[in-house]
Write a protein that binds this ligand. Structure first.
Ligand code: DP6
Length: 336
């Protein structure tokens, strides 16, 4: 019979970056080159069930993919990453005792498709390991621990609503903080699923390659100005300027991706079609802006008052398989 002691359940959101993280100043410590800014997503999240097992030799991972009926045991790369992260978390938390664990993870959205599944998974995992080692961490420490998973964007999922991750100068001062609660601004992120396929290239190697792009220095200097401008705009809720800055940042990141060596082309024909359709929608007087992470799928940002119209417009496109509609959301939580 399986032996289990404590059980904890954690829910953590994915997030969409308005000012994106691409390239690192330290690979070891996962430090970004610029500050970044994001919003947590209400309907794209990971639920992790942690079972603490007496036998410290037990390290098991079960994953239920989007729309799958059951969890399947993973004995490959995903388990290895979790095991490596367990060792790193143990070191960070300064604990010596070993615990066994069984982790059941479930996603409300397709993974590895440019919707920050590793951010939601690893931020949930950070709280799971803190709970495993019976450590109650302040938010700042949880954000650092999430960042150390290797998925830097996980640092942002921890905090509520709208979040800034300051790049910091070293591992102890690079963490995210909420700058406004989820209720602050009724923005919507319509995630347009153009493909369910998992991307070939992970972000890890991509961050390394960023340094080979001749456009990286230009992105860094323009991003510093852009984030200041965006945060000013955020205060006044000037959506048109905000939206333009969101698009500018996404295109600037993809310009680096496409010009690094080896190049990363995440956009497909369908991505480009959606970009054009977004511009056409604006010509009709409806304010909606696109942003794209490391994947083919597109996020459309609009204000809640326009959600129905924007949803209906994009749901008619043949390229769009499904739309997941998200409001701003709270950060990582223990829910059971
Ligand atoms: C392109 O290193 O956080 O989404 O492990 O793929 O989640 P994953 O990646 P991470 O880099 C992703 C960066 C980005 C932009 C962003 O979210 O800021």
């Amino acid at each position: 019979m399986k032996q289990t002691n404590r059980v904890s359940i954690i829910k953590s959101p994915a997030n969409i970056a308005f000012i994106k993280y691409w390239g690192r100043s330290s690979t070891k410590d996962i430090l970004p080159l610029t500050d970044t800014f994001s919003m947590n997503l209400s309907n794209c999240y990971t639920i992790v069930r942690l079972e603490v097992v007496d036998d410290s030799g037990v390290q098991e991972l079960f994953i239920k993919d989007y729309k799958a009926e059951t969890h399947k045991q993973d004995t490959g790369t995903a388990l290895l990453k979790v095991q490596q992260y367990y060792a790193r978390a143990k070191k960070y938390l300064g604990v010596t005792k070993n615990f066994g664990f069984r982790i059941y993870s479930e996603n409300s959205f397709p993974k590895k498709a440019g919707i920050a599944s590793s951010a939601s998974f690893f931020s949930a995992q950070a709280l799971a390991f803190a709970t495993l080692f019976e450590k109650k961490l302040p938010e700042k420490q949880l954000s650092i621990l999430s960042r150390l998973s290797g998925s830097g964007s996980a640092a942002r999922s921890v905090c509520d609503g709208f979040v800034v991750w300051k790049k910091g100068a070293n591992s102890t001062n690079s963490y995210a903080q909420s700058i406004a609660p989820a209720t602050y601004w009724k923005l919507v992120d319509l995630v347009l699923i153009l493909t369910y396929q998992e991307k070939k290239a992970g972000s890890g190697e991509g961050h390394e390659g960023a340094h080979t792009s001749p456009f990286l220095s230009c992105r860094i200097s323009s991003t510093k100005k852009r984030i200041r401008h965006m945060l000013d705009t955020f205060k006044t809720k000037d959506f048109v300027t905000f939206g333009r800055l969101i698009e500018e940042d996404a295109v600037s990141m993809h310009a680096v991706m496409m010009t690094q060596s080896p190049p990363l082309y995440y956009w497909s024909g369908a991505t480009m079609e959606v970009i054009k359709k977004t511009l056409a929608l604006r010509e009709q007087g409806i304010e909606a802006y696109f942003t794209i992470d490391a994947g083919e799928n597109v996020h459309i940002i609009c204000e809640k008052k326009n959600e129905k119209k924007v949803f209906s417009y994009f749901s008619k496109l043949k390229e769009v398989q499904e739309i997941i509609s998200n409001d701003p959301a709270v950060g990582t939580r223990l829910i059971g």
